[in-house]
Design a protein around this ligand. Sequence first.
Ligand code: FHN
Length: 446
Amino acid sequence: MLNLKHIEIGKFARIVTLTACTLFATLNLFAQADYHPSPENLQARREFQDMKFGMFIHWGVYSVLGDGEWVFHNRKLKVDEYNRLPAFFDPEKFDAKAWVALAKAAGMKYITITSRHHDGFAMFDSKVSDWNIVQRTPYKKDPLKMLADECHRQGIKLFFYYSQLDWHNPDYYPRGATNWDNGRPDHGDWNAYLDTYMDGQLRELLTNYGTIGGIWFDGMWDKPDADWHLAKTYALIHQLQPAALIIPNHHQTPKPGEDVQTFERDLPGQNTAGFNTNFVSAQLPLESSDTLNGNWGFNIGDSEYKSVDELIRRLVRAAGNNSNLLMNIGPYPNGEIDSQFVTRLHAVGEWLSKYGDSIYGTRGGPMAPGDWGVTTQKENKIYVHVLNWNAPLLALPPIQAKITSAHSLGDNSAAEFTQNMNGIILKLPAARTDETDRVIVLTVAK
Ligand code: FHN
């Protein structure tokens, strides 16, 4: 039987709970506020910067429809309709070894693959829900496990893309900007979605796949003002694997607990695509992602493949802007990778086998990037990447260090230069039509 005392105690308990919740929510706004990256994490950040070039892979049950990864949303399908799709996903040609070998042949040092996209469909063996590849598709296997094992074997780092936005789970509620009426109930448990479902899956990804490079988050932009419990999620990741990098594609200024700042379809600081912030972190490693054709997920009508020349230029411009390039391909639903992707990636790899010294392990160079090109630097070398300059002389701003020699990376021939307090004048080797990037290596006194 309840008496006054019980009611008072109940009221007190509610006030305490409310205060604790408010405090917790406030802390969450600050993400992982007390985050001090571990030495392993700082080392992983440096290694991330050294890698420079990664393969982005968008692959899911949506690939079956050949209409990009947003097909669920774009066609305004109902959940019941989309639920039929996994039955058609049977990637009998998926070959983890070949995928990793392709990334390596392209000169890519890491792979970032969609563990689940906005359809919420787990492309891995998840015990958190049966909305996953093992339980819902005729394939019944876990391709991410095969990929992880192969990446470990072939020495490639593996990152998992994870969409925080979910068009399928009813507990993704209240819904966000991309909401449409797809038959989900008008209620749901947001806390359960984050703490049980999402963190549960992240725990699986950070436990069952060996050492991974990190988690590439996407979708927070759907509900930019929501409390995403970031402090909890980020702490979980760093606790399970301290070196795992958190790479959030939320298009905002980085928050505490995040380890890399990524830019979608743009170089750092640019916002031509309308997605990104102009703020560029001076502390965090930077990454810029883009698509090799026009789409992320397989789109049968897309033949807008970027040329090899264009791909090399993007990689070079990214490096000159102190950033990595994460270049996307969307494999077929059967697991094959279109030959248009393959031939281009091989060609970039060939270029890198010759010019890789000017890219891998470098940081943005001392001269500001310009339309003419960019610079990168490593130890006592400055690499001048001439991308768009037809005159025989190139004037560069002054630098503190004394240049002791200059040569062309293409054929090792010496390059003439003058240096004084006003700047540097480089005499460029004549542009060859087959040379995308004329790289002049300046050696400076230590
Ligand atoms: O909506 C997604 C999109 O499908 C794709 O995954 C890209 C990759 O950066 N990110 C989102 C848009 O910001």
